[in-house]
Design a binder for this molecule. Structure first.
Ligand code: SF4
Length: 391
């Protein structure tokens, strides 16, 4: 089967202008199309635009797709404050985005944060993550990344606007870095979303060459590190990419990034009861980040069917936070959003892919229990580096 035409959102205004000029059309045609693409309107193809002559709209529809994502399901929770969308791609792959509404408080304006995916599936294979269970399918194109954002804009209520975009959905963004950088440039672009770099966060599980490349480019967005553990033995299990780039190397690259860009790095810890929430883990993390331009976010684990684990109890999370704070590192405890709709990355796509057979789940749980028990004794993993994580 022939490849489908590229998505229009992946083209910059300059590229679209060149396309129109090659057909003897003025540059403002490109701006008309870009404005329509990002307006959140109901158009489904260029033929819907009354501003374009019919033959030109038809040529555009033949050359490009108006959108590259089909919204297969939108599921709301938290009284409509959290909305998860399952997007189907042209080759059948499923990806997810999550829109989170944070109402205004006395000291803060309302925020609307969208969490988007950068890959279909993920090669890193973190065992607490449903996407990791799915394995890696493929990198998303720039248009597929941006069309998740356009889909969310179309679902905003009157008066709402996206204030933050986080690349924390499916996939490891730094293993698809060229397209992520193109997407960030588009989100920054005042012709398109016009979102400031400070309002865009890209999270990595620790792809050191990617972090170093970003540092050389200068500040593009807020860098977040999914750290999850400050001790190698445990991180080998929780973030298997740690077997390739150990935690001290990741922290050193992030420290360098913070120093050179002057931007605080955010460190995310999914809090798993009895696994990475001990005093020893808090102290290991505090020692790793002491003196750095860092902020730690503690997030209770979303329950995932194939793991034997659950979220740490709140008093344990608070105790962990206080030990980090005592080292002079700012900490925030994040509320878990959308637990009842499986808002953690990959859960909906995993459900649609079909539940694994019970013996496979039981075997996986046993392996995880054994691996984490070894890690808690301080033994490093002898499992290989996951295939496909080399940058
Ligand atoms: S947590 Fe992120 S890096 Fe780890 S498997 Fe899931 S999507 Fe991949």
């Amino acid at each position: 089967m022939a490849d489908p035409p590229p998505g229009l959102s992946g083209l910059s205004t300059a590229e679209l202008t060149t396309w129109f000029e090659a057909r003897g059309e003025p540059a403002y045609r490109a701006r008309q199309v870009v404005t329509a693409l990002w307006s959140g309107g109901t158009s489904t193809h260029a033929g819907d635009l009354t501003t374009l002559p019919r033959p030109l709209a038809a040529a555009l529809d033949e050359a490009f797709r108006w959108t590259t994502v089909a919204d297969e399901a939108v599921i709301a929770s938290d009284g409509g404050q959290t909305e998860k969308t399952l997007h189907r791609l042209s080759d059948g792959a499923a990806i997810e985005s999550v829109l989170m509404r944070y109402p205004a408080t006395s000291g803060r304006r309302a925020r609307h944060t969208l969490c988007i995916s950068s890959q279909a599936g993920c090669a890193v294979g973190c065992p607490f993550c449903a996407t990791g269970e799915l394995g890696f399918e493929r990198d998303l194109t720039t248009a597929e990344i941006l069309d998740q954002v356009r889909s969310a804009i179309g679902r905003l209520h009157p008066g709402e606007r996206l204030t933050n975009i986080v690349f924390m959905g499916m996939g490891e963004p730094l293993l698809n870095l060229d397209r992520v950088l193109e997407s960030v440039a588009a989100l920054n672009d005042s012709d398109r979303l016009g979102l400031g770099a400070r309002h865009i966060t890209v999270s990595t599980s620790g792809v050191v060459p990617g972090i170093r490349r970003l540092t050389a480019l200068g500040p593009q967005f807020t860098l977040a590190i999914s750290i999850h553990a400050g001790r190698d033995a445990l991180r080998d299990v929780l973030v298997p990419l740690n077997r390739r780039w150990p935690v001290a190397e990741v922290a050193a690259a992030a420290r360098d990034h913070a120093r050179k860009t002057g931007r605080r790095v955010s460190y995310e810890v999914t809090m798993i009861g009895g696994v990475n929430d001990t005093d020893a883990d808090a102290d290991a993390l505090a020692n790793l980040l002491r003196g750095d331009l860092a902020h730690v976010n503690l997030i209770p684990m979303n329950p995932v069917a194939h793991t034997p684990w659950n979220a740490s109890p709140m008093p344990v999370i608070e105790r962990f936070a206080s030990r980090i704070r005592a080292a002079g590192i700012p900490v925030t405890i994040r509320r878990n959003r959308g637990v009842e709709i499986g808002a953690a990355c990959g859960q909906l796509a995993a459900e649609r892919a079909g539940a694994p057979a019970a013996p496979a789940v039981a075997w996986r749980r046993q392996r995880l229990e054994a691996a984490s028990a070894r890690a808690l004794r301080g033994e490093r993993s002898d499992e290989p580096v996951p295939v496909g994580v080399e940058a």
